[in-house]
Design a protein around this ligand. Structure first.
Ligand code: CAA
Length: 258
């Protein structure tokens, strides 16, 4: 397995787990850390032995945002030429499901990283926010777009313009997290969820993810048309034949990912 400096990676039963590992700066997301994270996730995305991925921090902090130290003196052109923000887009383009397991602070780029994932499992201590306004900037890695699509305009305005923070319970109420669990359970819970998904028919999982993502980007009419094509495509897979045959024979299906 590749050795990384700023993340730690493990594989648990078809699930790739990446732990952010910049504890001295509360897991601030500098470009090198993001580069390693994306490389690890993309490698798992290509690996048929992996069915889903989990990103986590530690109990105290998921990530306190982009590394303010490395941005403080940057010019607009430095930011434009840096690959940093594009790395968030690459997480959004992964084919396999990614779950963020969040405990403690998920601020700025940390919240944006969690929102770039497909599901969020939060510990009771999780706090979500976009404090960029305090630095004289706005979120730049998807925060204004992904947050608004999930919580709506009015709450998004308050979070982005006035640094309103959300507790885990509030985030659950506003549809931002899948579930809230005690702090000693959040990672286990996220891994169990990922492992269950990783046992399912891989191509159906991949196209299901694509269809849901498409819903956020398209009109209903285009979305329905896209869904229909993906649905028909699944009838070209061996797993569709196996899944339906197994149902009729009252046995468990054996998925091939073909
Ligand atoms: N970047 C760099 N260093 C950071 C950091 C960040 N985002 N967040 C925390 N740190 C560092 C602190 O400078 C401090 O380092 P030193 O010990 O060397 O002084 C260390 O981590 C511990 O931090 P605090 O002493 O501040 O810890 P705290 O428990 O008192 O407060 C906190 C925790 C509320 C998370 C506070 O650290 C904080 O507000 N951090 C900044 C959050 C923020 O503004 N994030 C947005 C960044 S911009 C962004 O993300 C842009 C984008 O979307 C692309």
């Amino acid at each position: 397995m590749t050795e990384y400096r700023w993340i730690q990676t493990e594989v648990h039963d078809r699930v790739g787990l990446a732990r952010l590992n910049n504890p001295k700066a509360l897991n601030a997301l500098h470009p090198e850390l993001m580069q390693e994270l994306v490389e690890a996730l993309e490698a798992w995305d290509r690996d048929e032995a992996i069915g889903a991925m989990v990103i986590t921090g530690n109990e105290k902090v998921f990530a306190a945002g982009a590394d303010i130290r490395s941005m403080a003196q940057a010019s607009a052109v430095d930011m434009l030429l840096s690959a940093y923000i594009d790395l968030f887009d690459r997480i959004g383009r992964l084919h396999k499901p990614v779950i963020a397991a969040v405990s403690g602070w998920a601020l700025g780029g940390g919240f944006e990283l969690a929102m770039a994932c497909d599901m969020i499992v939060a510990s009771e201590t999780a706090v979500f926010g976009q404090p960029e306004i305090n630095l004289g900037i706005i979120p730049g890695a998807g925060g204004t777009q992904r947050l608004t699509r999930t919580v709506g305009k009015y709450l998004a305005m308050e979070i982005i313009l006035n640094d309103r923070r959300l507790t885990a319970e509030e985030a659950a109420r506003f549809g931002l997290v899948n579930r809230v669990v005690p702090v000693d359970r959040y990672l286990e819970e996220a891994l169990e969820l990922a492992q269950k998904i990783a046992q399912r028919a891989p191509i159906a999982v991949r196209l299901g993810k694509e269809a849901v993502q498409f819903a956020l980007e398209s009109s209903l009419e285009n979305g329905l048309r896209h869904e229909r094509r993906l649905f028909y495509l699944l009838f070209a897979t061996e797993d569709q034949k196996e899944g339906m045959q197994a149902f009729l024979e009252k046995r468990k299906p054996s998925w091939q990912g073909r």
